[in-house]
Write a protein that binds this ligand. Structure first.
Ligand SMILES: Nc1ncnc2c1ncn2[C@@H]1O[C@H](COP(=O)(O)OP(=O)(O)OP(=O)(O)O)[C@@H](O)[C@H]1O
Length: 219
């Protein structure tokens, strides 16, 4: 599903923050991406979401060499990826319900066919009472759960999540982890970037560990 060959990344003229990355993310796999603060986890997620190009090396995503993709082809590939970023990126003029329903709306689906699904997921993540609220009035943890719901609702082929339990209490964190595990069981490859040792200890999974620019894989 994803293959990195000798990938390196630097910002501007700075040092290489990712070096000689060689790894694969198999279809249907589940992995934590971890490493100290500043190790490059968010940068690696950005490479995976095609919002940045590597400085060197090859990235193959869904069978395509990403350096050869047109903008339109990139947009199409991105539709197969769900992403939860640390700044959530919710649309402030849309309600929580509308934000979460967005992945269905962009594919032109009739609302009657997904309304129940969106409401059930909002209830599952504890936002049943906040469906009609606009993002600016949500708490940090509520925004995070809305962003997670939006990323998983359409069952993407690949889910990328950056510190998805960073703003919630441990009980809710466990609930969200269960959501990712269920999504993975239904076929999605999942990558969760986290510092949270407690979270990682709750589920036996592959670990991708970034350290001094290099990636170590523990199966
Ligand atoms: N836009 C940018 N321009 C220049 N340097 C950047 C930029 N974004 C990140 N960096 C640098 O790249 C390195 C990796 O940052 P990144 O945010 O990917 O790490 P991280 O592992 O996600 O950190 P954290 O766990 O603290 O979120 C850091 O040294 C950071 O300062």
């Amino acid at each position: 599903m994803v293959r990195f060959e000798n990938v390196g990344l630097r910002y501007g003229l700075g040092p290489e923050i990712l070096r000689d990355l060689n790894f694969e993310i198999p279809a249907h796999s589940f992995q934590f991406l971890t490493g100290p603060s500043g190790a490059g986890k968010t940068s690696l997620l950005r490479l995976l979401f095609l919002s940045m190009r590597p400085t060197r090396g090859l990235i193959n995503l869904f069978g395509r060499d990403v350096s050869l993709l047109s903008k339109e082809e990139m947009a199409t590939l991105r539709q197969r990826i769900g992403i939860v970023l640390q700044d959530f990126r919710l649309l402030d003029h849309m309600t929580t319900y509308e934000n979460v329903a967005l992945p269905f709306r962009v594919t032109g689906r009739d609302e009657a066919s997904y309304r129940r699904e969106v409401i059930d997921l909002l209830k599952w993540v504890g936002l049943g009472e906040r469906m009609d609220a606009l993002p600016p009035v949500l708490s940090g943890g509520e925004k995070q759960r809305a962003a997670i719901a939006r990323a998983v609702i359409a069952r993407p082929h690949l889910l990328l999540a950056d510190e998805p339990t960073g703003n919630v209490d441990p009980t809710l964190g466990r609930r969200l982890l269960r959501l990712f595990i269920e999504l993975n069981k239904s076929g999605t490859a999942v990558v969760i970037a986290t510092h949270d040792i407690n979270l990682m200890d709750q589920y036996e999974a592959r670990r991708l560990v970034l350290h001094q620019g290099r990636l170590h894989v523990y199966e």
